[in-house]
Design a protein. Structure first.
Lengths: 214, 236
């Protein structure tokens, strides 16, 4: 059986689908890798919820500025032309539909576009939502990067999410280690298979009906 | 002459009573007014409701205020993080209440309070468990939930430069919720790294106009939460 795309290859594949000049918000984890694979000739401007457009790569330790962090509370830099603003402006950019693309990780994504990525709903878990619910409702295009299955082999692409939703019907495209999958009116639709991966393998690891590449 | 400067940090927080609602600026470590929070620990007010995006880290600052048993309720969007131990422990023991608010809704509820708008509609949380029990309404074919303003008795804020009128500027992403909280609290208390004379901040560059600020103390070399945690410090 194939191994499909690596984390880096998934991020690179997602980056290919982000148009030049996009304002982009990246979730924590694999989505953060997108910055390393911006296609030649394109420029993305990165937004971070805690108040900056024009977020740059992490600094060397010696150059760290304790007042310059991203939404994941990691130290970052500012590119030339960056702007700082307060939280209400930052979420006006999100909720007001000004951010073009948001790339998120997830626990589950459903064939109707529902996403569940903030809570397992376990009774002893401490709920923490951050800006996820604002992002999925406000950003124009919601992309998901995720392994096709959990570590224990359970499908993450499902018919209906069993975990509490972050938002209903918001995801448009999913990049997994096995395939690029669109959410369509007819459910999941494979648009591209990772090299060496068969549609039968993708179908067997998906927890919902899925259509082969056209 | 208007002069909002206080010479002593303890004096600036002396009248925060038991049961007060207190907004605390900062997002994680950046912008956290550590000296003002530690003064509130020394002052000892209890049964506080605290509004912040998080619940503090390590055993300093906001986490220390919570750990000292002074906070009965947190209103925040993200109550846990890798360095957050105090709140999770008290929450699991049932000793502190949590109101979970999505980050953008939290910011807008605070802004609305400062702007005199008692409620607003947002798409955030529609179709999720966090919308349960909330009033909803359709606009142009889309459903939105109503969210109320969020006021406070006091705000504790860290800024970079202040003048005696209360005009403020911030440093980079340390700004975050602070300008909103200055607007929403009945009494806004600010610690500034640098104090300048009125007129030295270019009026075009003022971020928080002085009308939203009541008290300012100069803290020229403020400690940073991450530095204290790296040094293994705790407070008191």
């Amino acid at each position: 059986m194939s191994t499909g795309w690596s984390r880096e290859e998934m991020a690179a594949r997602a980056a290919l689908d982000i148009p030049d000049g996009s304002y982009v918000n990246l979730g924590i984890g694999i989505p953060e890798l997108v910055t390393r694979f911006v296609p030649e000739g394109r420029e993305f401007i990165y937004h971070t919820e805690n108040g900056m457009l024009g977020m740059g790569p992490p600094p060397a330790d010696a150059d760290r500025d304790l007042d310059l962090m991203n939404a994941g509370k990691k130290y970052v830099t500012a590119v030339p032309g960056a702007a700082y603003f307060h939280h209400a402006d930052s979420f006006s950019m999100i909720r007001g539909g000004h951010i073009d693309v948001c790339v998120l990780g997830t626990m589950q994504v459903a064939s109707n576009g529902d996403i569940a990525n903030w809570s397992t709903g376990a009774p002893d878990a401490i709920p923490a939502v951050g800006g996820a619910m604002d992002l999925v409702q406000g950003v124009k295009h919601i992309y998901v990067i995720t392994q096709h299955t959990t570590r224990t082999g359970e499908p993450k692409l499902v018919e209906r999410c069993s975990y509490p939703l972050t938002g209903p019907g918001v995801v448009s495209r999913i990049f997994t280690d096995l395939a690029v999958v669109d959410v369509t009116d007819n459910g999941f639709q494979v648009v591209e298979l990772a090299p060496g991966v068969t549609f039968a393998e993708v179908e067997s690891k998906t927890g919902a009906p899925i259509l082969p590449p056209a | 002459m208007i002069n909002k400067m206080y010479s002593s940090i303890p004096d600036a927080v002396a009248d925060i009573p038991d049961g007060a609602t207190v907004m605390v600026g900062g997002f994680g470590a950046s912008g956290s007014p550590i000296e003002l929070i530690h003064a509130l620990i020394d002052q000892g007010a209890r049964n506080l409701t605290v509004i912040n995006n998080n619940t503090g880290n390590g055993d300093v600052g906001l986490a220390a205020l919570i750990g000292n048993g002074q906070v009965s309720k947190m209103i925040c969007s993200f109550p846990r993080s890798s360095q957050s131990r105090v709140f999770p422990r008290l929450y699991k023991e049932g000793r502190i209440e949590l109101e979970l608010v999505p980050q953008g809704t939290l910011a807008e509820r605070i802004r609305a309070a400062g702007a005199g708008i008692p409620a607003f509609y947002t798409p955030t949380t529609v179709g999720t468990v966090l919308a349960e029990g909330k009033e909803s309404r359709e606009f142009e074919g889309r459903t939105y939930v109503m969210e109320p303003w969020l006021k406070a008795d006091f705000a504790l804020i860290k800024c970079e430069v202040a003048d005696p009128l209360g005009n403020l500027t911030y440093n980079k992403t340390a700004r975050n919720f602070s300008p909103l909280m200055c607007m929403a609290a009945a009494t806004t208390i600010v610690q500034t790294k640098k104090r300048v004379a009125a007129g030295e901040i270019d009026p075009e560059h003022v971020i928080t106009p002085g009308i939203f600020v009541n008290r300012i103390v100069e803290v020229p070399d403020p400690v940073h939460e991450d530095t204290l945690i790296a040094e293994g410090r705790s407070y008191p």
